[in-house]
Design a protein around this ligand. Structure first.
Ligand code: BDR
Ligand code: CA
Length: 336
């Protein structure tokens, strides 16, 4: 099988960690490198957490590059209220003593993508590293084969303001620059950002029943996932009255390989950078602005198939059994 080469840009982060586990378990993906950006936690902490997941996965051969430590213009606001002071739900796991690469993430992206056009990006945090890459090396940016970004929302409400999702709210100027590049650079006229926003990720809820099943099928991984998501459970209950936790980032990884998991439409999307709605994505569904579509905005997701993929890939669940268990759990939860 020809695995798709990918750079995962992330801010681990509880759900970023689950996304890394998925990416590193999928034979269809070759993770060339991990770049880290400030977001859920400061960038150094995020890099340590990425190293921990690589260690757990036996993949410390994959290089980790430290990226931008603050947004382009706005003051940096982390999400440690959601992800814990350690970014891993205060789980107490200690990151291994492994060094990151000496080169910074933006220079790495520039050097690598300048000469290679077969590498895609799955961006799971604020888009600061890519806005900086645009400033530094437009050609390298344009060589990104496919760009999948967890961020934004189309019809769903926000999670940082009534209208804004965290990744784009944290650095709206970076998100705006990246979306604008896809609308205006002639080299990108045939490419679009795959916007994996809250409309679809909000439906991916890791419920207590699914977590229980994870512990049954793979006690080691089940326990790790339980420990890092416990804090996230408490946050979701207090904040949104949800029993379970929304795991946004792994869906972007799953969708990168299995496009049929989600569907959506092509449109021009702009990101607001000012005023009370900063960070909001404005998707011009009716082409009122008459701009070139720069995004593929996802609106529908097959939740059961995603969960099945995660269980069978990361937890090595038996596919037939996982199917039966999910039918039980999801039907019951849908009826409740
Ligand atoms: C996004 O923000 C972060 O808190 C998560 O890791 C995810 O990438 C969801 O809004
Ligand atoms: Ca993230």
């Amino acid at each position: 099988m020809n695995a798709k080469k990918v750079i995962v840009d992330c801010d681990p982060g509880i759900d970023d960690s689950l996304a890394l586990m998925l990416a590193l378990s999928m034979p269809e993906i070759e993770v060339v490198a991990i770049t880290v950006v400030c977001g859920n936690v400061p960038v150094d902490k995020g890099a340590k957490n990425a190293k921990l997941i690589l260690d757990w996965m036996g993949r410390t051969d994959i290089p980790v590059y430290i990226g931008e430590e603050k947004p382009l213009h706005r003051p940096y606001i982390d999400a440690m209220d959601t992800h814990g002071q350690d970014g891993l739900g205060e789980s107490g796991y200690l990151p291994p003593e492994i060094q990151c690469e000496p080169l910074d993430a933006v220079s790495f992206l520039s050097e690598t993508l300048r000469t290679q056009s077969d590498i895609s990006v799955i961006a799971l945090g604020p888009l600061t590293n890519f806005a900086r890459l645009l400033e530094k090396d437009v050609q390298a940016f344009c060589n990104i084969q496919e760009f999948v970004s967890m961020g934004g929302s189309y019809r769903s409400h926000g999670n940082c303001s009534p209208v804004a999702e965290y990744n784009y709210w944290c650095d709206p100027d970076a998100a705006a620059a990246v979306y604008e590049a896809y609308a205006s650079l002639p080299q990108l006229k045939d490419k679009k950002i795959h916007m994996v926003g809250l409309d679809v990720t909000r439906k991916i809820v890791l419920t207590p029943n699914i977590l229980e099943y994870m512990q049954c099928v793979h006690p080691v991984w089940g326990e790790r996932i339980k420990r890092i998501t416990r804090f996230y459970y408490d946050f979701h209950w207090k904040q949104e009255g949800v029993i379970g936790c929304v795991i946004n980032d792994p869906l972007a990884v799953a969708y990168f390989v299995h496009r049929s998991l989600c569907s959506g439409f092509d449109t021009y999307t702009a990101v607001e950078t000012q005023g009370i709605s900063y960070g909001q994505t404005l998707c011009d569904t009716y082409n009122i602005w008459n701009r070139i579509p720069n995004s593929h905005v996802l609106t529908q997701v097959d939740v059961k198939s995603f969960m099945h993929l995660f269980l069978c890939t990361v937890l090595k669940a038996d596919p037939h059994q996982a199917e039966q268990v999910l039918c039980q759990i999801l039907t019951k939860e849908a009826l409740a």
